[in-house]
Each structure stands twice: as C-alpha cells, then as structure tokens.
Design a protein around this ligand. Structure first.
Ligand code: AR6
Length: 178
C-alpha cells in the first residue's frame, strides 16, 4: 500500500527490513545500543561486526532519541538507531514512541537522506500493542511529511500479516479523518 503526502511517498510493505535498499533503515534498539534480539539482532547479523563496534563507540541512546551509523554489509547506506519505550500503559508511552519516529526523520533530513525504512518500533520485545503503536507511528510520519515535504520516501516495513493489517487500517483511519 502506498500513499502520497505533500509530494512524498509513504509505503507500507511486508518484508524483512534488512533487505531494504534505502538510504537508511531504522533499528529498534536498546539504550546500550547492544546487538540484542528481534529486528535489532537481525540488523546486526546482516550488517556485520563493524556495526556493533561503531555502536560501542557511541555507547548510549536515550529512549525516544536517535543516532546514526554506517550500514556496513547492509543494502542500506546507514542505520538510524532509536530506542522505543517499554510499554507500561501510561500516558508517556505514546509521546516517547512518537519521539522515536520524529527524531529518526529529523536525523535523516539533517543528513540529506531521501529514503528511510522503519520497523514497527516497540511492538515486539517491548510489548507495545500493535494497533495503538500503528496510530502513533503513522500519525507522526504523516505530520512530519505534511510539515517538511521530505524525505521523499518513507517505508513502514512490517514483518507479519497481522502487523501489516494493523498498519493498513490505522493509515486508512488517519487519511479519512484528515
Ligand atoms: N524486519 C522487519 N521487522 C522485524 C524483523 C525484520 N527482520 N525482525 C523482527 N521484526 P522487536 P522492540 C519486527 O522486538 O519491541 C531488541 O532486543 C517484530 O516482529 O525487534 O522495539 C532490542 O535490542 C516486531 O513487530 O523490537 C531491544 O532490547 C518489530 O520488528 C528490544 O528488542 C519490533 O520488535 C526492542 O524491542
């Protein structure tokens, strides 16, 4: 599924994010920027040891913030690492999750990147319900594109049919209420 927002493409795809040939893929990282499991483990495995080494040198990333590294053996040129909130059910969760998307997009624009691919941040090991996370993720991306008109391509890369469906429904709802 693909929509145009302020001249930019927002695309939902079902795929393995490590395969996406974009300027930057986003990693759902942890505060210590360690390889870990989930999508983070998959990105580190596909990128090779250089990625963990560069992450060690950076050392830390606050929840909701983002840092950029090279992409090493990945088809993507860069990896933007952002740390989602561990779902707690409190009001803070949505703001922190929104910050992840916004700060990653800001970092992409600051580095003149035209295309970026996100996984569904926080909805695996960090336990954020996917239907709720999809609304936060997509409304943040849509607002950013409406305001800035870049990057020219934003992908949400979903790993399961269920996640893809949740994001598709959330996007349809956001577009119909705009
Ligand atoms: N491509 C795209 N999406 C994927 C892939 C892949 N190759 N593999 C998994 N997913 P998670 P979190 C989906 O747990 O909840 C790590 O250990 C997965 O199905 O990776 O933010 C970190 O180091 C789910 O929908 O991230 C942190 O400690 C989504 O990616 C912690 O887990 C996110 O799931 C972060 O937890």
């Amino acid at each position: 599924m693909e929509v145009k927002i302020n001249g930019c493409v927002l695309r939902l795809v079902k795929d393995d994010i490590t395969k996406r040939k974009v300027d930057a893929i986003v990693n759902a990282a942890n505060n210590q920027l360690l390889p870990g499991g989930g999508v983070c483990g998959a990105i580190h495995r596909a990128a090779g040891d250089g990625l963990a080494k560069e992450c060690r040198e950076i050392g830390y990333c606050e929840t909701g913030e983002a840092v950029i590294t090279n992409g090493y053996n990945l088809p993507a040129k860069y990896v933007i690492h952002t740390v989602g909130p561990v779902y707690s059910g409190s009001e803070k969760d949505a703001k922190l999750l929104s910050n992840c998307y916004e700060n990653s997009l800001k970092l992409a624009v600051k580095n003149n990147l035209n295309s970026i691919a996100f996984p569904s941040i926080s909805t695996g090991i960090f336990g954020y319900p996917v239907e709720e996370a999809a609304k936060v993720a997509l409304s943040t991306i849509v607002d950013f594109l409406e305001k800035h008109g870049k990057p020219s391509l934003v992908e949400m890369v979903l790993f399961s049919d269920r996640d893809f469906q949740a994001y598709k429904e959330a996007l349809e709802e956001i577009l119909s209420s705009n």
